[in-house]
Design a protein around this ligand. Structure first.
Ligand SMILES: O=C(O)CCC(=O)C(=O)O
Length: 265
């Protein structure tokens, strides 16, 4: 499913990635349509690590829980264990080309920590500036890598990604930590996301099928989709497990039933 220009990408990867913390290649993937299900609370989110759950845009339900928009346009994201329960996502994630990419980057024991389908329908909400390592924290840092695949063209008008080049070098400004079981709210932040000048962000429009490789600490965001075109993306995160401690405070935890699967299988 991944097209040949990924090889070109592989041959250029290391220097470029170290310089910019973001890389783009073509994969040839394009989008499955999504359908809807239930939504909910912090607990719904916190217990989603080993399930496929649906998270909705704000304002898509009336007070009785009926859809105010067509259900397929109501989704914000689907996660977080599509690799465990959906053969197509498992197959693409563990594909030889993804494995080759990870090997070429020198990853020895990469494991898949989460998979998401991100959906920005025409009224889709923004994803505010963040670093993935705030949510997927490791010691040492620098062990988490995001692979973001555009299932549809992602342009300025429909919510492409924006990055602050070089921002992966400044550490992590905040961490989301899980609260002790039973306490509310279920998560809190240590530290805070600084206000950043908008002019620092560089837009990264890409065509359907592009792969963007995202350093775990690079600051990125996507803006609200004001167009009439949706913007679906398939994204997953790898962690280099060799010599890495996955924070026990992270919201997402491997379980005996669903440990983080090795990429190289
Ligand atoms: O797809 C988006 O709009 C945001 C993606 C993102 O921030 C991420 O995958 O970390």
């Amino acid at each position: 499913m991944c097209c040949t220009s990924l090889e070109v990408f592989l041959s250029q990867r290391t220097t470029l990635f170290q310089k910019n913390s973001v890389l783009i290649a073509q994969t040839g993937l394009s989008g499955p349509r999504v359908s809807s299900s239930l939504s909910g609370s912090t607990d719904y989110f916190l217990s989603s690590g080993d399930k496929i759950r649906f998270f909705f845009e704000k304002g898509v339900f009336d007070k009785q829980g009926n859809f105010l928009v067509p259900p397929e346009k109501s989704i914000n994201k689907i996660g977080h264990a599509l690799h465990a329960h959906d053969p197509i996502f498992r197959c693409v994630t563990h594909s030889p080309k993804v494995q080759a990419l990870a090997r070429s980057l020198g990853l020895q024991m990469p494991v898949v920590v989460q998979i998401l389908v991100r959906h920005q329908p025409h009224f889709g909400g923004e994803v505010t500036p963040h670093q993935d390592a705030s949510f997927l924290y490791t010691e040492p840092l620098g062990r988490v890598l995001g692979l973001w695949i555009a299932l549809e063209d992602a342009m300025l008008e429909n919510g492409c990604l924006w990055f602050i080049p070089g921002s992966h070098r400044g550490g992590v400004s905040r961490r989301m930590v899980r609260a002790p079981a039973g306490s509310a709210p279920g998560t809190s932040f240590l530290g805070s996301e600084p206000i950043r000048d908008n002019s620092l962000f560089v837009p990264t429009p890409v065509l359907r099928g592009a792969l963007i490789l995202i350093h775990g600490e690079v600051v990125h965001k996507s803006e609200r989709n004001f167009s009439d075109r949706s913007r679906q993306a398939y994204t997953f995160h790898l962690m280099e497990a060799a010599g890495t401690v996955w924070s026990p405070d992270n919201w997402l935890q491997p379980t005996p039933e669903l440990p983080f699967p090795p990429l190289y299988i």
